[in-house]
Write a protein that binds this ligand. Structure first.
Ligand code: GDP
Length: 432
């Protein structure tokens, strides 16, 4: 056993003895009393004292229920962050302590914790008296250590997975935020990405170096390996239409001497193309030509810092234009929600509607009936639930009418998102 282990064992041992001395002496005192009020008062004091002692007890990592999440998902940075968010939401919902495991290749513990503060300093040990893979919660209730699979392999998805919001906050969230689920996800993300001083200074230096000043619109253009496999190609002109719209709106209420764009992209030559095509904009970017020419030859730490900086500055922008098919764009949008009371409308996505990988059904309720005008469209009746698959951004959305099991188009204004409210633990002890 380690010195820490021995110290803790002695403290527990001592605590048990002290409680026994305390109870013994208090019971002897009560035995001497005859007035009921006096006895009641004495018992009340013991209840308060006893509670204080119990709360002092640290939640012991050796006995606590754990959820083990392997962080070596082989994918890009945005995808890994979302994987961590998923793990933390699962731990939160199942009332387990999240333990990160760094087995396999990819990010090492040291590498990750050099950039971000550890989730916990106290409980990092994956051992326990029983261990099982995640399955229905009733079947793992008594299991101390549960291994969490990747979200795509998760069987029996709990109702607290995104896009759920916690019931206890739901009233306020629905009042204050246009996309409460994104706000909720953002809180986990913000916690996970608390920067170490080393990363914070790097971000501060980069901010000065690139002259990041407001007003500024963040544009993320995802190209290279994503095109043709997971997303379609979009010209820079398509993004700039929405940047222009933003600045037109802004110039109605204030003077805009410089129209700045923070351009983040994995496409090396895009910055110079944008500068040539749109000379009346000032493009701010961390991908200068000398660096971007060898984007693929950069060391892994350098390229990681590159994408971290890009996401950071996209999220610090006043408005975002990007493709929600990219996790980089979705992470930036999520983080943006932690800077404003409600930034749910400060974006334009050229493709998908917002989603969280592995989410439970994203349903909409019908506000107005719809009679199809051609065979591409589906009918809508009041009371129908529609699982939305995408917004075509031309006034129409695509989705599945769950009543008649038919997929097709419908006018977007005829439906609205159905809030997904889940009863989650409220952790009252955290407020004490
Ligand atoms: P997705 O593939 O776009 O959904 O997002 P991921 O984050 O999972 O993977 C994309 C990877 O491409 C990132 O981890 C980066 O390495 C790289 N990448 C994509 N867009 C950018 C960008 O704007 N800037 C930088 N520096 N890298 C990017």
């Amino acid at each position: 056993p380690s010195a820490d282990h021995e110290k803790l064992r002695r403290r527990v041992d001592n605590g048990v003895n002290e409680i026994w001395y305390y109870i013994k002496s208090k019971l002897n005192e009560i035995k001497q009393m005859s007035v009921k009020d006096q006895i009641d008062k004495h018992i009340d004091d013991i209840l308060v004292d006893g509670g204080d002692r119990q709360r002092l007890n640290p939640r012991d990592c050796r006995t606590s229920k754990k959820l083990v999440c392997n962080i070596n998902k082989q994918c890009g940075y945005g995808c890994r962050l979302h994987h961590l968010v998923y793990c933390l939401i699962m731990a939160y919902g199942s009332e387990r302590t999240l333990i990160l495991e760094y087995k396999g290749t990819g990010y090492s513990k040291d590498g990750w914790e050099k950039l971000f503060k550890p989730l916990s300093n106290k409980c990092t040990d994956t051992t326990g008296t029983s261990r099982k893979s995640w399955t229905e919660e009733t079947r793992i209730k008594e299991v101390q250590v549960v291994d969490l699979p990747m979200v795509d392999l998760l069987q029996s998805k709990p109702n607290y997975l995104p896009l759920a919001i916690p019931e206890d906050l739901s009233k306020r969230l629905l009042l204050l935020h246009g996309q409460p689920a994104v706000w909720w996800i953002a809180q986990f993300l913000k916690y996970i990405t608390r920067p170490q001083p080393f990363l914070q200074s790097f971000l501060n230096e980069t901010k000065n170096k690139v002259n990041f000043e407001r007003p500024i619109v963040g544009v993320h253009v995802r190209r290279t390996d994503k095109i043709g496999t997971e997303a379609a190609f979009h010209k820079i002109d398509e993004y700039m239409v929405h940047v222009e719209e933003y600045y037109k709106r802004l110039s109605r209420i204030r003077d805009v001497p410089i129209k700045r764009v923070y351009l983040a992209t994995d496409e090396p030559h895009l910055l110079s193309e944008a500068q040539q095509k749109f000379p009346d904009y000032v493009f701010v970017s961390d991908n200068d030509i000398s660096k971007s020419a060898s984007l693929h030859q950069r060391s892994s730490e350098e390229s990681l810092k590159g994408v971290i900086a890009d996401i950071h500055f996209l999220s610090e922008s006043d408005y975002l234009v990007c493709t929600f098919s990219s996790q980089v764009c979705r992470v930036a949008y999520e983080l943006m929600q932690t800077r404003f009371p409600d930034a749910s409308t400060f974006f334009h996505s050229l493709d998908d509607v917002y989603y969280f990988g592995g989410q439970n059904a994203h349903d909409q309720t019908v506000l107005y009936r719809h009679v199809p005008r051609n065979e591409d469209e589906i009918p809508l009746e009041l009371g129908d639930l529609v699982g939305i698959a995408g917004d075509l951004w031309d006034g129409y959305s695509k989705g599945l009418n769950r009543r008649i099991h038919k997929t097709g188009l419908y006018p977007s204004y005829k439906t609205e998102d159905k809030p997904n409210i889940a009863k989650m633990t409220t952790y009252p002890e955290a407020e004490k």
